[in-house]
Design a protein. Structure first.
Length: 255
């Protein structure tokens, strides 16, 4: 099975304000286990701005684009260093790929990205790690920062990779029956209609920009290409191994 796994900012937030390196090491261990079982794994990770915030001593997510640019520019190498260190014991190399929505609109860049991705997967030694390229000029960030904490980016990557399953890890059990995140867990969604949209709440914490709305939008995009989506709590034990099961945890979005 070819998996695209998306990890959002809220899960990557450590208690001290930086990256949650213990969680990153645990996910690296689980990814290594999936690869040993024969699965191909592609990661879409937020966290660059979060890492930059810690390095700059900021406690709240910046609101201006130049500040976000500065945080992303500083934080992206720190994020990759954290993944590289976590993957090293499993003899896996972290392979960084940065994209913008304009890249996906370019047929040449799109096909080049797909070729690079397939080469990395064929090497059997690398974990491709996608992130949105926020380290751009002020005008470009204003136009291109549209993926919603990488939720939509993960769907585009899943389509580009021709993945079998998209796993979106979040800090909620999945899609809940009430828009404030309470109620009962909706275990299966076969069609994203008005009733399902009504269950989605707004954006999450001050440290992230995603929310259940963008996760449903990502799921809708993936479903147009026949890709099933798991929305699950990334804090539960051995979550990635469970997400390849026929009945995965959280909310399973598929026809």
């Amino acid at each position: 099975m070819r998996l695209v796994i998306k990890i959002g900012s809220s899960l990557l937030a450590g208690r001290a304000g930086g990256l949650a390196e213990i969680r990153i090491r645990q996910w690296a261990k689980e990814i290594a286990g999936l690869r040993r079982q024969g699965h191909e794994v592609i990661l879409v990770s937020s966290g660059a701005i979060r890492a930059g915030m810690q390095a700059l001593g900021l406690t709240r997510r910046p609101t201006s684009r130049p500040e976000m640019q500065a945080c992303a520019t500083i934080g992206q190498p720190l994020l990759m260093k954290a993944y590289g260190s976590a993957l090293a014991p499993h003899r896996i190399l972290a392979a960084q790929i940065l994209l913008t929505s304009w890249d996906l609109d370019s047929r040449r860049i799109y096909e080049n990205t797909r070729a690079t991705l397939h080469t990395l997967l064929g090497l059997k030694k690398c974990l491709p790690i996608f992130n949105e390229n926020d380290a751009l000029s002020f005008e470009e960030i204003a136009l291109l920062n549209a993926f919603g904490d990488n939720d939509r980016l993960s769907a585009h990557v899943a389509i580009l990779a021709r993945a079998d399953r998209l796993v979106i890890l979040t800090d909620a059990p999945g899609l809940m029956s009430r828009p404030d995140g309470t109620g009962t867990l909706i275990r299966r969604v076969r069609k994203i209609d008005a009733g399902v949209w009504a269950c989605a709440g707004g954006a999450g914490s001050a440290g992230s920009v995603g929310g259940m709305l963008s996760k449903l939008e990502a799921s809708r995009l993936a479903m147009t290409r026949g890709i099933g989506v798991v929305i699950a709590d990334g804090r539960i034990g051995k979550v990635l191994g469970k997400c390849v099961d026929r009945t995965p945890p959280g909310t399973w979005v598929a026809r």
